[in-house]
Design a protein around this ligand. Structure first.
Ligand SMILES: *[C@@H]1O[C@H](CO)[C@@H](O)[C@H](O)[C@H]1NC(C)=O
Ligand SMILES: [Cu+2]
Length: 174
């Protein structure tokens, strides 16, 4: 192959790598290893507060279906722990729920007293597309999170590496 063709090929590869990997959907097990419960349950508000949920991510509710269920409810019902007008009900004990919309999704357990006891979680999801998330009107998007910075750093590193190699190819005239 002609060396200039080779170097253009490498530059093309570099450009592809440089854009970095697209963000892929994540799966969150609600309450981690403890799952969705009421006895020795985690503080679900606290559990959710240090996570970045995106539209398209999946919430996994794992629980004993004899004693719990999952109701998606409106904000007022979440606040009041009202279990009689759920938007959606899940009761398999192993429910996989995809976050379909940006904004809040509210989930409670419908068994008597459980929501009042803290078995409730408010999931605030942001846009799935860009990470960091930003709308066209945003003049100063928030800084990317650590994971995104790491990914960006890695792709810049790989990109630089390929750039150096392709320069070497051109200079040495392979
Ligand atoms: C759970 O955590 C939230 C956020 O840190 C806090 O505001 C709330 O008081 C906690 N609830 C309980 C029952 O400890
Ligand atoms: Cu429950």
């Amino acid at each position: 192959m002609d060396s200039s063709v080779k170097s253009w090929l490498l530059i093309a590869v570099t450009m592809v790598v440089w854009t970095g990997p697209a963000r892929s959907a994540k799966i969150f097990t609600v309450g981690d290893s403890t799952g969705w419960t009421i006895i020795n349950s985690p503080n679900y508000t606290l559990w959710a507060s240090n996570k970045a949920f995106h539209q398209g991510d999946t919430l996994l509710f794992k629980y004993n279906k004899q004693f719990h269920n999952v109701l998606e409810v409106k904000e007022a019902d979440f606040t009041a722990c009202k279990n009689t007008s759920a938007i959606k009900e899940y009761d398999t004990g192993d429910d996989s729920i995809t976050i379909k919309s940006v904004g809040h999704s509210y989930f409670i357990c419908g068994f008597p007293g459980h929501c009042q006891g803290g078995q409730k979680v408010d999931i605030l999801a942001v846009d799935s597309s860009a990470a960091p998330s930003s709308s066209p009107s945003d003049s100063s998007p928030p800084p990317p999170n650590a994971g995104d910075r790491l990914a960006t750093g890695a792709s810049v590193f790989i990109g630089s590496l390929i750039m150096v190699v392709s320069c070497g190819v051109v200079l040495l005239g392979f």
